[in-house]
Write a new protein. Structure first.
Length: 255
């Protein structure tokens, strides 16, 4: 616990320096004033209490490891940690205060984000490859609807029914994360055009990228490209809050 203190202090200083302290204080006030309306308390223990713990324990026994903090897939079985992370995602994306929204969560993994959003009354579809039995089991257990689909460069998404108010992707891997054929501008360009077809006119796209081998989330060119298409960027978060703009007239092939 004490190990965390210097980190927390430096994070607080950074927040003050960047003005984030004010927006964070505003957020706390907003939650304090409005959270009473929610059908479930947005706290890890309250969310975990809504789950079938016996079945989850069976799953844990099958897939768990001694150290759930390890950076392997079973890390997702560390429920308090991941539920906490996903409560924050739900708050960040504004789903805690929004009226019923239709949401697509790409690469939904264990399904925690979708599950919490569903508890709040949203209509959520997860999309994922069916590689890990653990994710299959977890999403089934949580009652999260999944479309099984592998996102590939220059291949459009399948028919997903009605358009979405919000499309999310957290810890993005479909961009060939950490592989030699990591997506560049042309692949992202195609993906953004395609995703836009699945969004309502005021729909939002919220991406959270993974760290690549070189310790960055994106190249300066890719950052500039995202911004040219309307993204607001905060570190690993790439947020298209007012739709996905048509591409600026840049030659993608040249980059
Ligand atoms: C790092 S995990 C993140 C899971 C979840 N979004 C989270 O943050 O807890 C990446 C997810 O993307 C999925 N995934 C990887 N490649 C994919 C692809 N090409 N198409 C669709 N999903 C993919 C994985 O199966 C996994 O669920």
């Amino acid at each position: 616990m004490y190990r965390d203190l210097p980190m927390r202090f430096s994070e607080k200083m950074r927040k003050i320096a960047t003005g984030r302290a004010f927006s964070s204080a505003g957020q706390h006030l907003r939650h304090w004033l409005l959270d009473w309306r929610l059908p479930v308390k947005l706290e890890p223990q309250a969310i975990i209490a809504t789950m079938d713990r016996a079945k989850f324990q069976q799953m844990y026994d099958r897939w768990g490891v001694d150290d759930p903090a390890c950076e392997d897939w079973p890390k997702y079985l560390d429920l308090p940690r991941w539920i906490d992370i996903n409560i924050q995602r739900v708050r960040d994306t504004g789903l805690d205060l929004a009226s019923r929204k239709r949401v697509l969560d790409i690469g939904c993994g264990a399904g925690y984000f979708a599950y919490i959003a569903q508890l709040l009354g949203h209509d959520v579809v997860g999309l994922d490859i069916d590689r890990l039995p653990m994710f299959r089991e977890s999403t089934e257990l949580l009652g999260v609807r999944r479309v099984i689909w592998r996102i590939e460069a220059f291949v459009p998404l399948p028919d997903l029914g009605n358009r979405f108010d919000l499309i999310t992707a957290f810890l993005v891997c479909f961009n060939n994360h950490k592989q030699t054929d990591l997506w560049g501008l042309p692949e992202w360009d195609f993906f953004l055009d395609d995703v836009a077809k699945h969004l309502t006119p005021r729909g939002r796209l919220w991406l959270e990228l993974n760290l690549e081998h070189d310790g960055t989330f994106y190249t300066p060119e890719l950052r500039e490209f995202f911004e040219s298409r309307g993204a607001k960027i905060d570190n690993h978060k790439v947020m298209f809050n007012s739709g996905v703009r048509a591409p600026a007239s840049v030659s993608l092939a040249a980059r």
